[in-house]
Design a protein around this ligand. Structure first.
Ligand SMILES: [Ca+2]
Length: 331
């Protein structure tokens, strides 16, 4: 085959691939069946939904991205370095100071520590700077219909997304988010948006993409609904005595506090004196390049994992919240 002909073949092939990629989800039988079900279930206009779906495009980048989440690749040491770094702290201090009254009012209304709300928004999107450049419609269609491993979950989110755009009067073909369809300052997936997003400034829409008041209140509401208890402990580090080793048998793997402090004390874990014997806690282990860290996680720590199930995420958010607090409240 001549080089020229070969190039021509490649060109034709890539055009064909482009055509397939650009082929409308609205023409696929599985998508049509999904739309029919959603329309019937929620009394929505099927043709209108298909017209929205027709804007969605399959994106290989989305499939590539979902296959490598940070939590699975990194240990705590690397994870911490990504999130607890000076620039993010500076951005947090700046954002907090700029919206200080709003943040204090929201924290008081929802009874959630302001520093944890600020930490979450910082860890998620650097205070609205990185809210994701994908069309949510592309993300949810690609993952819902071309990522069988979690297709069911993302089809459920697509259903929520179609509902939320209708309820809020938002254009489903324009809304943006992460490769997994997480949206706005706090990266809410559509189901979380419908359950927890708040129209704090009462202008008729819960705008978590551009309105800091709505975005901050939505995160606060998420934490309140997941039982954040104002003033309670979140996590406490354990300092082992010299030469002491903690058996892995004591690490439950679950973040939900199930055992009492008394139980761990009896097993030899050196828990600070001021913590009550009857408190329920989970003993957690984190690996770093230098060794391991042990922490006690309380109910509030478990609440952070309701936002993101990774223990590393929760620990990063907690430690970031403490740094922010030091810089803003205790300055
Ligand atoms: Ca609003």
């Amino acid at each position: 085959m001549s080089r020229l002909l070969y190039s021509a073949c490649i060109l034709v092939l890539s055009l064909a691939t482009a055509n397939v990629a650009a082929g409308s989800y609205a023409d696929r039988d599985d998508v049509k069946a999904f739309v029919a079900t959603v329309a019937a279930k929620h009394k929505m206009d099927e043709a209108e939904l298909l017209a929205i779906i027709a804007h969605g495009v399959k994106k290989q980048k989305i499939l590539d991205a979902i296959s490598r989440p940070a939590e699975k690749r990194l240990n705590w040491g690397s994870y911490r370095n990504i999130f607890l770094e000076p620039r993010r702290i500076a951005q947090g201090v700046e954002f907090w100071k700029k919206h200080e009254k709003l943040i204090n009012d929201i924290a008081a209304e929802y009874k959630v520590a302001p520093e944890i709300i600020m930490a979450i928004i910082g860890v998620e999107t650097r205070y609205g700077r990185l809210t994701g450049g994908y069309k949510v419609l592309d993300a949810l269609l690609t993952l819902g219909f071309d990522y069988p491993k979690r297709g069911k979950f993302f089809r459920g989110q697509l259903e929520q997304f179609l509902l939320l755009s209708k309820e809020q009067g938002l254009d489903a073909t324009e809304l943006t988010g992460s490769y997994a369809g997480a949206m706005g300052y706090g990266q809410f997936i559509p189901g979380s948006y419908r359950a927890y997003a708040v129209d704090h400034d009462k202008d008729g829409v819960a705008d978590i993409w551009n309105n800091p008041a709505d975005a901050i209140a939505s995160v606060a509401n998420y934490f309140a609904k997941h039982k954040w208890t104002y003033g309670d402990l979140v996590a406490v580090p354990i300092t082992l005595n010299k030469g002491q080793v903690i058996s892995d048998k004591l690490i439950t793997g679950s973040v939900k506090p199930k055992k009492t402090v008394a139980y761990y004390r009896k097993a030899g874990v050196p828990i600070p004196r001021q913590i009550r014997d009857d408190e329920k806690v989970a003993l957690l282990k984190f690996e770093t390049a230098d060794g391991v860290e042990y922490w006690l996680g309380f109910d509030n720590f478990y609440t952070i994992t309701r936002y993101n199930h990774s223990q590393l995420y929760a620990m990063a958010a907690f430690q970031f919240s403490q740094l922010l607090k030091t810089h803003v409240i205790m300055k």
